[in-house]
Design a protein around this ligand. Structure first.
Ligand SMILES: Cc1cc2nc3c(=O)[nH]c(=O)nc-3n(C[C@H](O)[C@H](O)[C@H](O)COP(=O)(O)OP(=O)(O)OC[C@H]3O[C@@H](n4cnc5c(N)ncnc54)[C@H](O)[C@@H]3O)c2cc1C
Length: 468
């Protein structure tokens, strides 16, 4: 009831959203649902880099690699062995098809809600005025000035390319050249062992490429729980991945046969291709934000807990806001912005985003997922925690799946039993972590998990066991 009243009083608000990735489109659909007039400006594809260049194509390719691995293990499932061959062109078509279908569905949803989508480049020319430049097929350009009551900047980010790397999209690749690359690398060198880097290692290793991973520290996934990282490190070694630990790439040279990557400790990695996965930078240049008084830091829009910038009616969602660079976070920010700008927070309880409670996953084999407080961080901070851990080898479903690697670890408050965090390594970890994410967000206790009636046989049963 309150929602409807608020929506009625703010229905005339015009949202102008620059950037149609998860942040922008979530804000658009939500604001439209709340009764706002919405204009969405997108220069490339509705769905954003997330759909076209990052999350979706990477996961589509990883799914194909997983299918190959499963078929290679066919005999262990009671099947006769078949030789599976990767059809690289068919893989490219599959990725494109998924992207097209997602774009179509999302565009249809936005249009059905009355959102006006403009294909063009937006930039601020006043605090409320956005100039949109559109290009016609003949190369001519035209501009339109749009005035908004609420402005949302959700322009995303792009791969960080160091000046010593001459990315050519052929042998020297950024993450954006890999879906799929022009040809399957014989030997891929991946520079960067964060989430993106290790996913590429897994992907190309499962396609049959030789892979070398250059790890600048002494642990792959340096930001993650060491116990979790160790499982992945061992898996990579078992699968023949060459790990250059504690080495920083400094230069890339193209040779007649491939590439050479020189590291600061003198080692040289030789391969057919190199892929850089060393972080991202925000897409904020040329948007006119500083000129209208928006405070920025290292190119990121500075936002408060309502995702609002220093210009009160201008919000930022997604990677450009400098918070957790996850599609799920961008989507939630978009939704919260719509609620805040439509005044919902004024008359009903409003929960701000707690970035520390965002679940995230790494789509390697085994999958890795975590949420909330990490055991190592809690110890480092001297916090009192209870940690319980159960391996998937206890699970009937894991045996049925022929994959009992990994474990579930739950971090809880020893005094109250409230679930504070968790890590899952194993098949379907990215799905299973949602149970812990919900437990954390709803302040549930380990007892609540223990007393939940999960399906049997199911991997989720291990969550109940780990909560004991
Ligand atoms: C390889 C890789 C894999 C990833 N996998 C995952 C994953 O599995 N799960 C996950 O949660 N996250 C993943 N991420 C992170 C995720 O892709 C980003 O966090 C997400 O895309 C951020 O959404 P966004 O809305 O900020 O921006 P984007 O998705 O980058 O969209 C921004 C949009 O703005 C448009 N734009 C930019 N400037 C303008 C302008 N001036 N005018 C008009 N339009 C403009 C762009 O064309 C783009 O479409 C991955 C990232 C990478 C690099």
């Amino acid at each position: 009831m309150v929602v409807n009243e608020m929506a009625a009083s703010t229905a005339s608000r015009h949202f102008v959203i620059i950037g149609g990735g998860p942040g922008g489109t979530a804000c658009a659909t939500h604001a439209a649902r709340l009764g706002a007039k919405v204009t969405l400006i997108e220069k490339d594809i509705v769905g954003g880099a997330a759909h076209l260049l990052d999350c979706i194509p990477s996961k589509a390719m990883i799914a194909t690699g997983s299918a190959m691995s499963m078929m290679n293990d066919a005999t262990e499932m009671g099947l006769a062995k078949v030789d599976v061959v990767l059809d690289f062109e068919a893989l490219g078509r599959r990725v494109e098809d998924i992207e097209n279908r997602l774009e179509t569905t999302l565009t249809e949803l936005l249009v059905s809600q009355g959102v006006r989508i403009i294909e063009g480049v937006g930039r601020m020319v006043g605090t409320h005025e956005v100039e949109v430049t559109t290009s016609a097929e003949d190369g001519s350009q035209s501009t339109e000035l749009i005035t908004g009551d609420v402005i949302v900047v959700s322009t995303g980010s792009r791969p960080r390319i160091p000046d010593w790397a001459n990315v050519d999209g052929d042998r020297v690749l950024s993450t954006r050249h890999a879906y799929p690359p022009p040809r399957l690398p014989d030997h891929l060198i991946v520079v960067g062992s964060g989430v993106t880097g290790v996913e590429f290692v897994h992907m190309f290793n499962s396609f049959g490429s030789n892979v070398t991973l250059i790890v600048s520290r002494q642990q792959v996934l340096p930001e993650k729980d060491p116990e979790v990282a160790a499982v992945l490190e061992q898996t990579f070694l078992d699968r023949g991945v060459d790990l250059f630990m504690g080495a920083r790439a400094e230069s890339i040279e193209q040779t007649d046969t491939g590439v050479e990557v020189r590291c600061d400790d003198g080692r040289v990695a030789r391969g057919s291709h190199v892929l850089l996965a060393i972080g991202s930078i925000p897409n904020s240049q040329g948007l006119g934000l500083e000129e209208i008084g928006v405070e920025m830091s290292s190119g990121y829009v500075q936002i408060d807990h309502n995702c609002r910038s220093t210009v009160p009616h201008l919000y930022a969602a997604g990677d450009v806001s400098g918070k957790l660079p996850l599609s799920s976070v961008a989507t939630m920010q978009g939704r919260k912005i719509a609620e805040h700008a439509m005044g919902l927070h004024a008359n009903s309880p409003h929960r701000h985003i707690d970035y520390d409670k965002a679940a995230s996953a790494i789509f390697t084999n085994p999958e890795i997922a975590d949420v909330g407080v990490a055991e190592a961080d809690a110890f480092a901070e001297g916090r009192k925690i209870r940690v319980t851990k159960v391996p998937f080898s206890m699970s009937a479903k894991a045996l049925i799946n022929n994959d009992s690697r990994g474990f579930v670890k739950i971090v809880s408050d020893p005094a109250t039993g409230v679930v504070m965090g968790g890590s899952i390594v194993g098949r379907h970890a990215a799905e299973l972590i949602s149970v812990l994410a919900l437990a954390i967000s709803a302040n549930l206790t380990v007892k609540d998990l223990v007393e939940s009636l999960f399906v049997h046989p199911a991997l989720a049963e291990v969550l109940g066991e780990a909560a004991e």
